[in-house]
Design a protein around this ligand. Sequence first.
Ligand code: HEC
Ligand code: HEC
Length: 321
Amino acid sequence: MKTLSTIFYFFLLCVIVFVRCTGDKSSVSIFPKVIHPMDNQSTEAKIALGKRLFFDKRLSLNNEISCASCHQSKLALTDGKSIASGVEDRLAFRNTPSLYNVAYASRFMYDGEIKSLEEQVLVPILDHNEMGASMGVIIKKLKAIPEYQDAAREVFGRDFDAWVLTRSIACYERTLISDNSDFDRYYFNKEEGAISESAKRGWKLFSEKLKCTACHILPYFTDFKMHNNGRTSMNSADLGRFRINNDSTDIGFFKTPSLRNCGLTAPYMHDGSLETLDDVIEYYAKGGGQGVNQERRIKPFVIKENEKNDLKNFLKSLEDY
Ligand code: HEC
Ligand code: HEC
């Protein structure tokens, strides 16, 4: 009997050790599980197909530009330009936003009008100044590539078409998660040494004194909602959400960008008009640009040189490796 219970306890110990050793800590996310649409559940094969398409320049008019030309991994899925440029160096309309954590957003683009990632895929492809293509031409071209046609049959059980293109790219985009910055290790995992004392002071400024968290809330550092930090005048080329419904109370409202990886995503704002994080801090310290419909909570504040540095070090600690 005694040997039996010894064997049992030994067995139990082995199970515990096994579970602890094989448990992948990096997969424990601070974010909730990604919810996939009913008609676009995620599979490994679908993600792989979406990824290939995301990097494929044949999705553009002249095989010059892929999604990844503007959403570059090394720049946290942005392009370093004030305004994006598309096929034949045509100037697009806005600054390229990062795509990290789009899986958690429910509206897309700076005017927040696109309601799903699936629908969004069509926008850059058809935009004259981005990929400049037409669906008829693109689908015919991609369907003629055996690699894509075979994958479409295998993953979706149908010929390569717009459904396959939009579903697979959107499915890949939902894997672009950024939740592992030094700040996350400090704040969520309670690793005191993960960020510097200066960055900790910066976090206090950001969240308590300056209340930047009113719009750039945790854990995504955005509420994914439309806000107005005062950059728009009546003569601005881009009036923000106004272009959707011509409602004057929408002038100057833009979807709040996430600040995750903002050390890598310069230049800033929808028009890429602020070059550095110093410029952004100056901008807010002056009380914003006093543009049309600017929200009242964007107010001037006094900030010392060393505090600016703290704030900047905090913002940089949001970078994911
Ligand atoms: C020429 C550069 C360029 C190319 C190519 C491009 N994008 Fe973008 N992307 C942008 C810009 C600029 C915006 C912001 C547009 C706006 O708000 O009006 C954007 C916005 C987005 C958004 C919305 C992000 C958000 O948080 O609201 C998604 C998603 C996206 N792009 C995915 C893609 C996919 C998928 C492709 C390829 C099919 C692609 N992009 C190709 C420049 C580009
Ligand atoms: C009222 C909501 C609101 C508050 C409060 C706010 N922001 Fe913003 N923030 C925005 C919006 C909206 C944008 C995008 C505006 C645009 O594109 O023109 C933005 C853009 C930014 C950007 C540029 C991001 C990018 O990728 O282009 C940074 C950096 C930033 N804010 C930092 C801060 C800091 C620091 C504070 C506190 C001092 C702060 N924000 C307070 C709404 C807000």
